[in-house]
Design a binder for this molecule. Structure first.
Ligand SMILES: C[S@@+](CC[C@H](N)C(=O)[O-])C[C@H]1O[C@@H](n2cnc3c(N)ncnc32)[C@H](O)[C@@H]1O
Length: 227
């Protein structure tokens, strides 16, 4: 896995862009939608003022500039050392670390918020329970755990995944499966929201998406729970 993403440390965004060019949308459009969704989840979760955040499988850190002002201390870990080198260059204030993909290099209860964004479909199904267990271990009791994943029920998402070079190992999981994983991992107050349904960033588009978020229509979904 590290080797797969190591070859994309320098051109990660370009490779993602080429897989979604057909939609006429930019990679940054998708990143802003994820940042907006995270901001909402943080605002709605009790005791989350400027949370200390760990982003597992952070890649080249594309999301991190968009979270300035929303999160406090920010750490990112990834199995790809080339991605981490690029992330450090772009975001010098973030604490980035390379790790082995199974034991997260932090003490228990170190973070208020732990995310894994478009990572789990690269983790072998047999290893996913341990991955969630580690997410929960490093989150403080009452903290928020959030997974963002491709929605396999959306045909355009499947098309984009099929076109993406580094998704050749991807085994997609739907929101129901993600919620089951979170439940089996001992998380509480589990929920899911689908998003990236409309190709606009207006407030109106965001509120329509929000109203329809329980239906599995959008290109991606967030599944979340309380540690
Ligand atoms: C599609 S990229 C997503 C990167 C970033 N989260 C984003 O949204 O831009 C998937 C990332 O997951 C990382 N990855 C794969 N398996 C992993 C594992 N077991 N633990 C942590 N990261 C992993 C890859 O190295 C890659 O950087």
């Amino acid at each position: 896995m590290a080797e797969l993403f190591d070859s994309y440390g320098s051109n990660y965004r370009e490779v993602v862009q080429s897989s979604i060019d057909f939609s006429g949308l930019s990679h940054s459009f998708f990143m802003r939608a994820k940042a907006d969704l995270l901001r909402k989840l943080i605002a709605q979760h009790p005791g989350m003022d400027k949370p200390a955040m760990l982003d597992v499988g952070c890649g080249v850190g594309s999301l991190h500039p968009l979270l300035r002002g929303t999160v406090g201390r920010l750490s990112g870990i990834d199995v790809s050392s080339d991605c981490i080198i690029r992330a450090r260059d772009d975001n010098p204030s973030v604490d980035y670390r390379v790790f082995d993909g199974s034991s997260f290099p932090f003490d228990e209860a170190s973070f208020d918020l732990v995310t894994a964004i478009c990572v789990l479909h690269h983790v072998a199904p047999v290893a996913r329970a341990n991955f969630i267990k580690e997410m929960r271990r490093v989150a403080r009791p009452g903290g928020l755990i959030c997974i963002i994943e491709h929605n396999p029920l959306n045909p355009l998402t499947r098309f984009a995944v099929m076109r993406c070079e580094f998704d050749r190992d991807a085994i997609l999981l739907g929101a129901r499966e993600a919620r089951k994983l979170l439940l089996a991992g001992g998380l509480r107050e589990i929920g899911a929201r689908h998003f990236l349904l409309l190709p606009w960033e207006t407030n109106r588009a965001r509120s329509i998406e929000s109203a329809l978020s329980s239906m599995p229509l959008g290109a991606q979904y967030a599944a979340f729970g309380t540690a």
